[in-house]
Design a protein around this ligand. Sequence first.
Ligand SMILES: Nc1ncnc2c1ncn2[C@@H]1O[C@H](COP(=O)(O)OP(=O)(O)OP(=O)(O)O)[C@@H](O)[C@H]1O
Ligand SMILES: [Mg+2]
Length: 333
Amino acid sequence: MAPVDLIGSSPKFRAVLAELEKVAPVDSSVLLQGETGTGKEVIARAIHDASPRRNNRFVALNCAAIPAALLESELFGHEKGAFTGAWGLAKGRFQSADGGTIFLDEIGDMPLEIQPKLLRVLQEREFERLGSGQTVRVNVRVVAATNQDLAQLVNRKLFRADLFYRLNVVPIHLPPLRERIQDILPLTQCFVARFAARLNKTIDVIPDDVLAVLKAHDWPGNVRELQNVIERAVLFSPGPALSLHMGLTPTRKETIEMPKRTLAEADREHILETLHKTNWMIGGQDGAANLLGLPRTTLIYKMRKLGIETRRSPVTPMLRELAEEECCAAANG
Ligand SMILES: Nc1ncnc2c1ncn2[C@@H]1O[C@H](COP(=O)(O)OP(=O)(O)OP(=O)(O)O)[C@@H](O)[C@H]1O
Ligand SMILES: [Mg+2]
């Protein structure tokens, strides 16, 4: 992602910028929390760019986008032959970020079984590649982000408390766009200019009624949603005045929750289907975890998170107990 000029002059956004300036020069871990599209990634990059590490790499990794089984190797690397398919040595993102910054996005999705290893890098700055006994030392600053309530995940034993405190040295909360309406005009002007240039159009008027509609909308998708709306508006505006073409639906709550629910629902359905196939057997060669390509503890963790109760298993009480035991072990590290 190319560096972005941070736009916004509302008091809440200015407060974020002030925190950014304070935290950039030091090496403390930063935890960015905020709804989707509020600018967590651009702020993470801005912290790196304003830090003494700016000439080294900024390495971003989305913890939710990588299957749990691969995440550990992605972060810490592996030796040749460490597991089936490990054809050669891989350095891992921590080592690539040496001297720079690693951005761990969606940190709330970091599986419990990898969390101790992350904690160790944060505390001791060292780790071992998968399949290697040799300790690697790195000097990496960690910036993490999440749109989940991490403290609540800790309370529910889905995230390690010690790791949470270690990451949360400097918490920065990114306010939703609806709480900084003052930023809507400058952001709109910036996006209009950008997309008009890209589409080779001239749009130099933002009519008052258009601005009023933009200010009244709730922006569940925050700055990203505004950016998309403006891109479409620029595309469809017939003359030099920005027109919204399609109305913005004020039914915000539904729009906020729908995509999340759909994704979680899709996961839920897939897991339930697999559990059904395996007669609720989780572990073992023919178990659901194996079919889904997940470690058992990760599947159980996901099931808990999605509200699928292991006790619904009609299989055996013993298995259920085993699963619950494992779940607690995973939750407690
Ligand atoms: N203050 C800002 N000024 C200019 N552009 C911004 C600003 N904040 C966000 N953006 C733009 O909005 C989009 C969304 O920002 P970003 O990807 O950083 O959000 P996010 O919080 O990481 O979202 P998600 O939780 O969905 O990953 C990006 O295209 C980014 O460039
Ligand atoms: Mg992001």
